[in-house]
Design a protein around this ligand. Structure first.
Ligand code: SF4
Length: 365
């Protein structure tokens, strides 16, 4: 056997062994490094695992986003959404207006209302509980609301501990939580990109508390700013560790950093390529197997075509219709605020896959 053939034989054998290890639930750092240096192998393993777990089904949910306030005491350097309380375009929606938006969404067959907002200095738990109770008393809809950072903010503003906040919100109607505010789970990077935000351990503590109280959450990661590939791997491995304990993450969503109208965007020179998007989604599929089945591609961040492309790199879900999207749009995302269900279904079919509508907890409808 000549040297080239011999090398190919060794590589093929190694890739097969890595796939077998991953299928059995083992992952080794040197194997991940090896896959990163051989992206074709990484992509193939991610696609094999996606097909094994999800077949040709690609899911989506009919949902509506409601960002109830843009007033925020935070100072995240990647944020184009927050406003000071005295800004001309600062707002806080009245609960009646929130109910109008929910009614509109339910008329469009939404099964999920996703509610997130800035860290408003004057709001305590009464406002959040009343919002949940009034939605639940009028509509049969799943409420997916409040990031771990919002939960921490409510606890500080209300003089309550995090567990009591979560218990009270759950009793008022909170069904699940977005695992946003994770950004990148590395404290030295967080000190640069979101200095006032909770540290890594705090994010993990709140997520684990929510899971213990039977409040499922998503898991997210913001990539494409100042982090290194090793930081991404470390982040996804942390998510894997949590999920091994709690089993309450519903999905993992890689969120590409949007550079528009924010401080961090001025210092990040590089643009994330589709190749890099593919590496991130594939790594997520490989590292999180078999603990997290659903890898979501965000059409808001990647564009609809970009999200469709990720279906060939480990993703099996295209997220929600949203109906209203403010946070990414203000940071330069150009994909619009609403993707009607027929458009999502056509996008999925154009990839040769079968669209299926789901609820927030990934039950097929
Ligand atoms: S990302 Fe959220 S917490 Fe940070 S500044 Fe923006 S609105 Fe505030």
């Amino acid at each position: 056997m000549d040297a080239k053939l011999n090398a190919e034989y060794v590589i093929k054998g190694r890739v097969e062994r890595i796939l077998e290890d991953v299928r059995s639930g083992y992952i080794h750092m040197d194997d991940l490094m090896s896959l990163i240096s051989r992206p074709i192998a990484l992509f193939s393993i991610a696609d094999i695992l996606r097909e094994q777990e999800c077949g040709d089904t690609v899911t989506y949910v009919i949902n509506r986003n409601i960002n109830f306030t843009n007033i925020c005491v935070g100072n995240c350097k990647f944020c184009a959404f927050r406003r000071n309380k005295d800004s001309n375009d600062a707002y806080l929606l009245h609960i009646d207006d929130i109910l109008d938006k929910v009614e509109d969404a339910v008329e469009k067959n939404a099964t999920e209302i996703c509610i997130q907002g800035g860290l408003h200095p004057d709001l305590s738990i009464e406002f959040y509980s009343e919002m949940l109770e009034r939605i639940k008393s009028s509509f049969d809809v799943h409420i997916h609301a409040f990031s771990p950072m919002e939960i921490l903010h409510i606890s500080r503003n209300s003089g309550m501990n995090v567990e009591d906040v979560l218990r009270e919100l759950k009793a008022s109607g909170l069904d699940s939580m977005p695992g946003t505010a994770a950004e990148i789970l590395n404290d030295s990077l967080r000190a640069v990109i979101c200095p006032k935000k909770m540290k890594t351990d705090e994010w993990i503590r709140i997520i684990k508390t929510a899971h213990r109280l039977n409040i499922p959450t998503t898991a997210t990661m913001m990539y494409g700013h100042i982090e290194h590939i090793y930081d991404r791997i470390e982040h996804i491995l942390r998510i894997r560790e949590i999920q091994r304990d709690t089993r309450k993450f519903t999905e993992f969503v890689p969120l590409k950093f949007m550079k528009g109208n924010n401080e961090l965007g001025k210092i990040v020179k590089k643009n994330v390529s589709m190749f890099e998007d593919a590496v991130v989604h594939s790594l997520a599929r490989v590292i999180l197997h078999p603990y997290i089945k659903n890898i979501q591609a965000s059409w808001v961040k990647l564009t609809p075509e970009g999200a469709r492309n990720m279906l060939f790199y480990g993703a099996n879900d295209l997220g929600g219709t949203l109906m209203e999207e403010n946070i990414s749009r203000l940071a330069g995302a150009s994909s619009g605020e609403y993707m009607p269900p027929e458009h999502i279904e056509n996008l999925i079919k154009s990839a040769g896959r079968k669209p299926r509508r789901r609820n927030t907890l990934y039950e097929l409808l």
